[in-house]
Write a protein that binds this ligand. Structure first.
Ligand SMILES: NC(=O)c1ccc[n+]([C@@H]2O[C@H](COP(=O)([O-])OP(=O)(O)OC[C@H]3O[C@@H](n4cnc5c(N)ncnc54)[C@H](O)[C@@H]3O)[C@@H](O)[C@H]2O)c1
Length: 390
């Protein structure tokens, strides 16, 4: 991770701008006064004009973190990735993603758990990020019934560690992954960020909603510009083995039945991974502030107390689960052995994003069709499956 030639360290810069403050520069870099924070921001702005941005991303061995990191590296930015390489699903896939990212000289990865505060702190401090994107989490709705503790430690303690460190190092923008699951069985569609969303149906959703609330308080107390994304069923190449698309394609190619919950009556607002990454990249330069408050108060979530906003990332075009199954069948050119099952505990009948706030902030809306997205996944899977086998 090269520093630009001749540039002073952030700590030097901050100390130099505050001649009255005799505290050691290192201390200042961790506990900045407001004035020092403004100086650092100016420093970063100048620096950015000369070089790319520095991103610290958690969860880079995961599905979304991998894609986001790869896109940013392709765009010429520096990325430090942080991932605990948990064994929730096939670890080989995580190693494959890491290996693909390691091809970029501007990528560095740190393997440690979010709960390991010291390791996380060292990783962030060495990265000196402009932007932090916190994606690492215990994901998955159904597993939260089996192992709620994994959600408690990763999503609550882990996210709190991120907030504490963001407070200490100071970043221009902190971005956090939340989920459409927090809308629970929201009766009105589409789901707007301004809807109440405080009746989570799973512990997974409860931990994500709690993370949003914790982040709001830190944004208020420590002036950390923070965006929480609510992702809607993300899919595409390098996707997660615990999600429907991966399971359907794998089982069909192995001539095994596929399990269809809710008797096929559920619907999901599927978001293609490249669309989601495009939205996140665009939002990264829209750090919440009064200067970018959206006029339409029906959609704006910018807090009146803090530089904090929640934004849905979804296209607002939900598909019935059976249409999804038919798309997979058509793409593979074979019928599935369908095993119809009732809804599982904690399942929500539908998800349906309002993309209005995303569009107002970025001018962008996810639009990739299921046909295109499912084909991209199948093409990738056919190539990768040999390597994924035990
Ligand atoms: N994929 C989706 O459809 C979807 C939908 C809504 C929200 N999200 C959220 O987006 C984020 C990324 O999801 P994903 O689909 O890439 O999941 P993923 O499981 O593929 O990636 C998460 C990564 O985090 C790492 N991790 C988990 N717990 C950790 C811990 N305690 N310390 C360090 N690393 C840890 C895992 O090793 C994994 O590589 C998550 O926060 C998830 O809750 C995803």
């Amino acid at each position: 991770m090269g520093r630009i030639p001749g540039a002073r360290s952030q700590a030097d810069e901050v100390a130099g701008e505050n001649p009255d403050d005799r505290r050691p520069a290192q201390y200042l870099s961790r506990r900045r006064s407001d004035q020092a924070w403004l100086c650092l921001f100016r420093y970063r702005k100048e620096e950015r004009e000369a070089v790319e941005m520095r991103y610290f991303i958690t969860g880079t061995a995961g599905f979304i973190g991998f894609h986001l990191a790869r896109r940013l590296l392709q765009d010429g930015h520096e990325v430090v990735g942080f991932d605990g390489m948990t064994h929730y699903y096939n670890i080989k896939l995580k190693h494959m993603r890491n290996a693909a990212l390691a091809q970029f000289p501007a990528f560095r990865s740190v393997t440690a758990m979010l709960e390991d505060r010291k390791a996380l702190e060292e990783a962030v401090e060495s990265a000196t990020p402009d932007v932090m994107v916190h994606l690492a989490a215990q994901a998955g709705v159904r597993y939260s019934l089996e192992n709620p503790k994994a959600y408690l430690t990763s999503n609550l303690e882990g996210s709190w560690n991120i907030l504490e460190i963001a407070k200490d190092v100071g970043v221009n923008h902190l971005m956090l992954a939340s989920t459409s699951s927090i809308y629970g069985a929201n009766p009105t569609v589409p789901f707007r960020e301004t809807d109440r969303a405080d009746e989570p149906l799973t512990f997974y959703a409860a931990t994500k909603k709690s993370m949003e609330l914790m982040a709001h308080s830190y944004a208020h107390l420590h002036k950390i510009p923070t965006t929480a994304f609510r992702f809607f069923t993300v899919y595409g190449p390098w996707g997660r083995p615990d999600m429907a698309l991966f399971k359907f394609v794998k089982n069909m190619l192995e001539d095994q039945p596929i399990e269809i919950y809710g008797e096929g009556q559920m619907s999901r607002d599927f978001t293609y991974i490249d669309d989601l990454v495009e939205a996140v990249v665009r939002l990264s330069s829209v750090a919440p502030s009064e200067a970018n408050r959206v006029a339409d108060q029906r959609v704006e979530t910018l807090s009146h107390q803090a530089p904090f906003r929640v934004v849905n990332i979804g296209g607002g075009q939900p598909e019935n689960l059976m249409t999804f199954v038919e798309t997979v069948e058509k793409t593979l050119g074979q019928p599935a052995k369908r095993k119809m099952l009732p809804m599982q505990k904690g399942d929500v009948p539908r998800t349906f994003a309002s993309p209005d706030l995303l569009v107002a902030l970025t001018g962008y809306r996810p639009e990739t069709t299921l046909n295109v997205g499912v084909k991209a996944f199948v093409d990738w899977y056919l190539e990768a499956r040999g390597e994924l086998e035990p």
